[in-house]
Design a protein around this ligand. Structure first.
Ligand code: SAH
Length: 319
């Protein structure tokens, strides 16, 4: 999955109508603006104007550009740091935000200041492992010769305790890369100050289930077919990420739906203001708002988790 996604993202811009999938910041400027105001509010209340803005997997840089514009109106101009591996997407990001700094990995992010970290549809692109319960114990589900096969080693140690007695055939997923990144960033937030906002398809585990999926041209396709040519994702276990963050000294918020989060941040008022300023676009603005918050669209499937320094004030949007 890691190799397939590295090839996939390394060679193309998959976003948008003409690509394989569309993301919230590409649907409407309201998404990035509200996240920018969310961050500005938190930073100002924490008295941390020396912070850096960090984005993990920033795509075309659209969210960052919208967030920066909104933060600037609140009087905050933060340096921008992007963690991005795709050369093609880095070029798009450079066009959107020429003054940004790029990183291949999180280790090189600044250590001397608080960090405001945003990750939209980043954790879902990291490689998962899958385990299945067999009559002989827990076995890793692996891929060989283009098909799923089972490993022979006992893998009970990888299974969260509440799932140890899952029924035969149950599939349990772990995302070691996501857990390691959350662990390292939570430790950074605890040491340097700051907050991380993660938004993704997801659930609050521990829960069993196979969520590996592939998208091409906006439809679901076989994840094992044509590796490197389609986007592979898995739903994010926000229960696990919150637990990892807590273990490493940061404080997690409750996990809320994207619909509840954006509504609490004022997306209705923002949509009305945009529609008043652009009456010809009123229909399109309402369609975008609905897509972002409606339960049958992105409003319920997408979840939001914030993690912060334990002494930082409570972030908006989670009440
Ligand atoms: N956040 C953007 C893009 C989401 S697509 C948006 O909402 O539109 C996933 C992004 O993560 C892409 O920018 C991809 O290149 C990047 N990415 C995937 N795996 C990565 C990795 N291991 N390290 C850094 N970036 C990665």
């Amino acid at each position: 999955m890691a190799r397939a996604n590295a090839v996939y993202y390394g060679g193309r811009d998959p976003l948008g109508r003409a690509g394989d999938f569309i993301t919230a910041p590409e649907i409407s400027q309201m998404f990035g603006e509200l996240i920018g105001l969310w961050g500005a509010d938190l930073i100002l209340r924490a008295g941390a104007a020396s912070a850096a803005y960090v984005e993990l997997g920033p795509g075309r840089g659209t969210l960052a550009a919208d967030a920066r514009r909104a933060m600037a109106r609140a009087g905050l101009e933060l340096p921008v740091h992007f963690v991005e591996t795709s050369p093609v997407l880095r070029e798009k990001q450079r066009a959107a935000l020429p003054a940004a700094h790029w990183h291949d990995v999180i280790n090189t992010l600044p250590t001397d200041r608080p960090l405001l970290i945003v990750a939209n549809e980043f954790f879902d692109a990291l490689p998962i492992r899958q385990y299945t319960r067999t009559a002989r114990g827990w076995r890793e589900r692996m891929v060989a010769d283009g098909r799923f096969t089972l490993g022979t080693a006992e893998c009970a140690d990888a299974i969260p305790l509440p799932l140890a007695d899952a029924p035969l055939g149950a599939i349990v997923e772990r995302n070691p890369a996501a857990e390691a990144i959350m662990a390292a960033l939570a430790a950074r937030l605890a040491a340097q100050g700051g907050a991380l906002l993660a938004i993704d398809y997801g659930y609050e585990g521990p829960l069993a289930g196979d969520t590996l999926q592939a998208m091409a041209n906006h439809i679901h396709v076989d994840p094992l077919e044509a590796p490197g040519t389609r986007d592979l994702t898995a739903h994010v276990d926000f229960g696990m990420l919150a637990a990892v963050a807590r273990t490493h000294g940061a404080r997690p918020s409750p996990c809320v739906t994207q619909g509840a989060f954006l509504t609490a941040l004022g997306i209705d008022a923002r949509a009305q203001a945009l529609a008043r300023a652009n009456p010809a676009q009123a229909g399109a603005i309402e369609t975008a708002r609905h897509r972002l918050v409606a339960p049958q669209a992105m409003g319920r499937l997408f979840r939001v988790l914030a993690v912060r320094h334990p002494d930082w004030p409570e972030p908006a949007g989670f009440a």
